[in-house]
Design a protein around this ligand. Structure first.
Ligand code: UDP
Length: 333
């Protein structure tokens, strides 16, 4: 029995790889290393460097290993880029998932946990957001994830492939034990960008808009620790193995922090002043995204352990200090 982790060398996927290895699962990683890092894949996993849209590499994996479950993290995931490159996003995200599902059907693999996103909700009418609220993505990234959710639904109806779609809110932090963390080139996510500013690698942070209808005018997001997020994936795998039917869950902490509050928290954790400038809004950004994760807590019996933003930032800061140049730099350990 082995678990295939598509995108298992990426930021979130590598934490999934580590968690499954930690519970002594046989782990096979497929990653095209476009944004993932070979060094992020912990010893013990078998790594295939290849693309999901390439049927041949999937044939080799499904013929070589007894894959019973799939975790699918591999995708392009930047809202801003997706606004300018929608077709690239459809090609990689929808095309990759389509090919994966075809091969799962061909090889009789019937369980998949899929990385979806809060971006499927677009600009929500109320928060916290529950899973039954309308989905109306405001950007191509969210559209591709929603298209895959629908594809999973129909593949379930017709071919018996059961799926859990996990709609992530804002994932941050680094592994509390293993030496893995967030390294995107170039970095676009708020917390690592502020940490790079704290390290002196950037002059200042650009705050994308201070005229949103929020308390301080900056966007509000729900930040969840990557370790907690991955624990929910383990619960989802168990849920499907236990016969659970296809389902959709939000993963967040249920509390919102503005961009300004995140900057304040990073200043408190690092003890550094973070210079900032107010910049124009970024296309495709909703004002407020806060999750209700009650359903995941109830159905998956999931309980996030590192909910405090200070703790989340602290684990990320520790990793960034050890790896100021990311995986490329090797690290100070
Ligand atoms: N953000 C910002 N400056 C940056 C990067 C992000 O003001 O350099 C804001 C962004 O507009 C959003 C929030 O920080 O409101 C979180 O953005 P991120 O890209 O980390 O995640 P997203 O919400 O897009 O998934």
């Amino acid at each position: 029995m082995a678990v295939l982790i598509c995108g298992g060398a990426g930021y979130i996927g590598s934490h999934g790889t580590a968690a499954l290895l930690d519970q002594n699962e046989e782990v096979v990683v497929l990653d095209n290393l476009q944004t993932g890092h070979r060094e992020a894949v912990m010893d013990g996993a078998v790594l295939y460097e290849g693309d999901l849209r390439d049927g041949a590499v999937l044939d080799i994996i499904f013929q070589t290993h007894s894959i019973t479950d799939v975790l699918h993290f591999a995708a392009d995931s930047l809202v801003g880029v997706s606004m300018n490159e929608p077709l690239t996003y459809y090609d990689n995200n929808v095309g990759g998932a389509l090919n994966l599902l075809k091969k799962m059907k061909e090889y009789g693999v019937g369980r998949i946990v899929f990385s979806s996103t809060a971006a499927v909700y677009g600009e929500p009418e109320t928060v916290p957001i529950t899973e039954d609220m309308p989905v109306k993505p405001g950007n191509p990234y969210g559209e591709t994830k929603l298209a895959i959710e629908r594809m999973l639904h129909w593949a379930g109806e017709a071919h018996g492939i059961r799926s859990v779609c996990l709609r992530y809110f804002n994932v941050a932090g680094a592994h509390p034990v293993h030496d893995i963390g967030e390294d995107h080139q170039p970095e676009t996510h708020l917390i690592p960008i502020i940490l790079q500013t704290a390290l002196g690698q950037r002059e200042k942070i650009s705050v994308f808009g201070d005229d949103y209808p929020t308390e301080d005018g900056t966007c509000v997001r729900d930040y969840i620790h990557v370790h907690d997020l991955i624990q929910a994936h383990l619960r989802a795998v168990d849920y499907l193995r236990g016969g659970g039917e296809s389902n959709v869950f939000n993963l967040g902490n249920g509390s919102g922090f503005s961009v300004q509050q995140v900057i304040d928290t990073v200043e408190a954790v690092t003890g550094k002043d973070i210079p900032k400038e107010i910049a124009p809004r970024r296309a495709g950004d909703p004002a407020v995204l806060i999750a209700s994760s009650d359903k995941a807590r109830r159905v998956l019996d999931w309980q996030p352990e590192q909910q405090d933003l200070h703790t989340i930032v602290k684990t990320a800061w520790e990793w960034h200090q050890r790896h100021p140049e990311g995986y490329r730099g090797g690290g100070a350990l």
